[in-house]
Design a protein around this ligand. Structure first.
Ligand code: URP
Ligand code: ZN
Ligand code: ZN
Length: 412
């Protein structure tokens, strides 16, 4: 279950996501993922219901694997809070993401509280992107004044402290409201300390991390020419010490979920990373990196293969826990009588050198080009039927089913 991926999501800057609901889920299937939970994102001023209808149209008849939707709430006006969101939650959209950053997406603290209070009333799970927007804006302006606009400076504009502060604030607001919350794409130790502290007090704060935070560092934003733009995502990859912190958190239970945050923009494209041309300020580079197909092989190889996490932890982080937290369990996330028989069979010995040419997304690069992994998904089944075998797709476009989600299970 890849519980954090973006497909065919409209943007406000003219950039275009390279993967839609056909290529994204197809790529996921080849990587051993049988359920994806992308986002249906409300534009400010748009009705949430209209956003959901729009995403259903985008997805209808396309996905090769099962999919559900998280909502993204950007405009929690009285209509949304009073009617649309409660109705959608009851219809099976039981999780939604909110942002503390990006002008076209972010909520202020009062709005976050109102949304958290609604999640409590209706039994939904709030996911939060935690980075301090004003600090980022101030740092970005200072960097631009100093002419420090190359991709690497994206990491300076969005430092760990900005993530830590927003994580602390979000947790405090959830504590005030007394509601569970999940912090998405946590990048390193500073934010993790806030989460671990909250969990040690018994707060139901959950956390997700992603491949980029165990395998990339800010040095990957500092490649020759404009190549570093390939690795611009938010929060940015940090340093070797952060990677070690994230591994500890995957092993000790600070993290419950390991997702890709697949946000697919082509590199060599005027609708992708080169939206404003090579040499544009990092401020104008679309944020996000691809990874829906490489998520499981990377965690298997680096985590299970190198003894950092157990095989059971691998399954919990990538399937069982996201299925439980997002109300898909026991249909998904477990092998049991009555469940969907979505099964990925691994060859734990197979050695693969990752290249973009072998992947099935519609992006022109992978951040993991040339990386050697041991272990690969050989056969992938959905509802007992073969989806992928020996590197070939054995499924029809559109055979994936839309899943409504039940009540999030936050007793973990
Ligand atoms: O840089 C990222 N992560 N882009 C995707 C959108 C998000 O905030 O998850
Ligand atoms: Zn985010
Ligand atoms: Zn994301």
């Amino acid at each position: 279950v890849d519980a954090h991926c973006h497909f065919d999501q409209p943007t406000s800057d003219g950039s275009v996501m390279a993967d839609d609901f056909e290529s994204g889920p197809r790529s996921a299937a080849f990587g051993g993922t049988t359920t994806v939970i992308p986002f249906a994102c409300q534009q400010k001023g748009q009705s949430l219901r209209a956003a959901v209808d729009d995403y259903h149209q985008r997805a209808d008849g396309k996905s090769v694997i099962d999919y559900a939707f998280h909502l993204i709430v950007t405009d929690p006006n009285p209509q949304v809070l009073g009617q649309e969101l409660p109705a959608l939650i009851r219809e099976g959209y039981t999780s939604f993401k909110i942002y503390t950053t990006y002008d076209d997406l972010k909520l202020n603290d009062r709005e976050i509280i109102e949304v958290l209070a609604l999640a409590k009333r209706e039994g939904a799970l709030t996911m939060i992107h935690a980075e301090n927007s004003d600090a980022i804006a101030w740092l970005t302006e200072a960097l631009e004044r100093a002419g420090q606009t190359a991709p690497q400076f994206h990491a300076d504009a969005r430092p760990p402290i900005a993530e830590r502060e927003a994580t602390h604030r979000a947790i405090s607001l959830a504590e005030i409201v007394d509601v569970p919350m999940l912090v998405v794409h946590v990048s390193g130790g500073e934010a993790m300390e806030q989460i671990a502290h909250a969990r040690s007090k018994g707060l139901r704060v959950f956390a997700e991390t992603c491949p980029q935070y165990i395998l990339l560092t800010r040095d990957d934003l500092d490649l020759d020419g404009f190549e570093g733009a390939k690795h611009i995502c938010s929060p940015p990859p940090r340093d070797a010490q952060s990677q070690e912190s994230v591994w500890r958190g995957l092993a000790n239970g600070t993290f419950q979920v390991f997702s890709s945050d697949h946000a697919p923009f082509k590199y060599d494209s005027s609708t992708g990373k080169k939206l404003r041309g090579e040499g544009a300020s990092f401020l104008h580079v679309p944020n996000g990196i691809p990874g829906v197909e490489t998520r499981l092989p990377l965690l298997f190889s680096e985590g299970v293969g190198k003894g950092r996490i157990s095989l059971n932890q691998f399954v919990a982080l990538t399937a069982t826990n996201p299925a439980r937290l997002y109300g898909l369990y026991p249909r998904k996330g477990t092998i049991t009588i009555g469940a969907d028989a979505d099964i990925t069979i691994w060859d734990p010995e197979r050695e693969v050198t990752i290249t973009n040419a072998q992947l099935h997304h519609n992006v022109d690069y992978t951040p993991y080009e040339g990386r050697r992994v041991t272990g690969w998904p050989e056969t992938v089944l959905q509802r007992g039927e073969v989806l992928v075998r020996d590197g070939a797709l054995c499924a029809e476009k559109g055979q994936g089913q839309f899943l409504t989600c039940g009540v999030p299970d936050t007793a973990m």
